[in-house]
Design a protein around this ligand. Structure first.
Ligand code: ATP
Length: 253
């Protein structure tokens, strides 16, 4: 990774305040194309708020967000998604009774540039089905294709979320705690999966599990009280005294 790598996403003096409390900022973040970039930090550091700012789900206070050189500050989440930014979302908040394959078909239909008239045709539906099954296979869910999403074991449900996020082939993938609540086996599978789906794209992930960060991220940004405390490779930041202190101070191991 060279410093001259093109930033795919940047924030410039980005802030977000709630009442008089500054949850994020000012933050100058630079995400280089093709990297896996982790956002870490003790509880309450502002990771989730920053994540939602990047996807447009939380409106920016002050500062700018720039995607591929284009100012996207104030854009709606839908508009940001159309520019090739996808985030994982909780399947549990979707349709419990729809099968894994149907979830993907819906996602593919919604993203079809030719719109309704096109996707309602049998041919288009068949094509979506085919692609849905390919995506399920990619995330190890081939045999769960016809299982209602609500009945998938936890780790498999999270894999479906990942498949949904990559369905429209985003150039930038944002993952919010992709291994949260998982046991060792699911964590390993997810790390391997992210290692695969990162090919050809840039990934930003908020992650508490430092082993996951160490195995996946080339670049790590440590946040504390809404600001960047340290940044670098995993090895750089883990040996940074300020980082160790921030975690100890927050009651982490
Ligand atoms: P965690 O690791 O615990 O998820 P985090 O680093 O993701 O923490 P955030 O959830 O971004 O941190 O929260 C940062 C700070 O902003 C916290 O002090 C939180 O209480 C505050 N905050 C976040 N969202 C809101 C909101 N909608 N209204 C008021 N305060 C908020």
């Amino acid at each position: 990774m060279t410093l001259s790598s093109r930033p795919v996403l940047e924030t410039r003096a980005l802030t977000k305040a709630y009442g008089g409390f500054t949850a994020v900022g000012p933050v100058d973040l630079r995400i280089s194309e093709g990297t896996v970039h982790a956002l870490v930090g003790p509880n309450g550091a502002g990771k989730t708020t920053l994540f939602h700012l990047l996807t447009g789900h939380v409106p920016a206070g002050t500062g700018r967000i720039v995607l591929d050189g284009r100012d996207i500050t104030g854009h709606s989440p839908e508009r940001i998604a159309r520019l090739g930014v996808a985030r994982s979302f909780q399947v549990t908040s979707l349709f419990e009774h729809a099968t894994a394959a149907e979830h993907l078909e819906l996602a593919l239909m919604a993203g079809s540039p030719l719109g309704r008239a096109f996707w309602r045709s049998d041919r288009a539906l068949a094509r979506h089905r085919e692609r849905a099954l390919e995506l399920l296979d990619q995330v190890g869910l081939a045999r769960w294709a016809d299982e209602p999403a609500g009945r998938l074991p936890y780790g498999r449900g999270r894999a479906l979320e990942l498949a949904l996020a990559i369905a429209l082939d985003p150039k930038l993938l944002l993952l919010d705690e992709p291994t949260a609540g998982m046991g060792t086996e699911d964590i390993e599978r997810t790390v391997e999966l992210i290692g695969r789906v990162r090919q050809g794209r840039t990934v930003v992930l908020v992650e508490h599990n430092m082993q996951v960060v160490a195995s996946l991220a080339e670049r790590v940004t440590v946040l504390q009280r809404g600001r960047i405390l340290a940044e670098g490779s995993y090895d750089d930041v883990r040996s940074d005294e300020r980082v160790v202190e921030a975690y100890l101070g927050a009651g982490h191991e």
